[in-house]
Design a protein around this ligand. Structure first.
Ligand SMILES: [Zn+2]
Length: 218
């Protein structure tokens, strides 16, 4: 079977599995457990479109899990079907941020691309956060002003409470009456992009941000 699970979908399954495992330890009533399992299965299947029977069956194994080891094995077997973030070269990254003459790139060798929804890194000296995302075969690179001060808050992308920094970027919104018009958009985003990638379960917020900030392609 070919890979069919995106990183954010895998994170969603992982969260459902952990939640279920927690319920297992706390709830002794079998009928309650069955209902919770069916609910988890339904939620997981709803994250996908056009599943084959085999894929559906594989995801549905969640209803048979009991022991800690079962949950571990389930997640481990699904991890073989994760669709990796497309490989991206340093050249592509430099092209995406060509206005930055002093661009510091992350060490691409060190990154586990199978666990990425987006590639993000901070440049403390420039006080910028860089975000790279692939959509419909096209690379999008966004840079935002980054406040290095971290505090706990809800991250806009992954919706989890983590150590966040405020990131603001200039949007592509234009005004016909004022050529100097610009609008900036800011959000709290996980300071640690790797952590965000381990938590993110939905693409809507990320894609919405990218859509508003990316430079219009001509
Ligand atoms: Zn996050």
């Amino acid at each position: 079977m070919e890979p069919f699970i995106y990183n954010h979908q895998y994170n969603f399954i992982k969260q459902q599995a952990f939640q279920l495992q927690k319920n297992y330890l706390q709830v002794k009533d079998e009928s309650v457990i069955s209902a919770v399992k069916a609910n988890a299965e339904e939620k997981i299947l709803a994250q996908f479109e056009g599943l084959t029977n085999q894929q559906r069956q594989m995801l549905g194994l969640i209803i048979d899990l009991k022991q800690e080891q079962d949950f571990h094995n389930y997640l481990h077997s699904l991890s073989s079907y994760i669709l990796s973030f497309p490989s991206v070269s340093e050249d592509t990254l430099r092209k995406l941020f060509k206005k930055n003459k002093k661009l510091n790139l992350p060490d691409l060798e060190e990154i586990d691309f199978s666990k990425l929804t987006y590639l993000g890194w901070n440049d403390i000296s420039l006080q910028k956060k860089f975000i790279v995302y692939e959509q419909n075969g096209e690379w999008i690179g966004i840079e935002g002003k980054y406040t290095p001060v971290q505090h706990k808050n809800i991250c806009f992308f992954c919706q989890k409470q983590t150590k966040v920094s405020f990131v603001s970027a200039v949007t592509n919104a234009t005004s016909t009456s004022d050529p100097n018009y610009y609008k900036s958009l800011g959000h709290y985003i996980c300071s640690d992009s790797q952590e965000c990638n381990e938590n993110i379960t939905h693409l809507a917020a990320l894609e919405n941000f990218m859509e508003k900030v990316k430079e219009p392609t001509v």
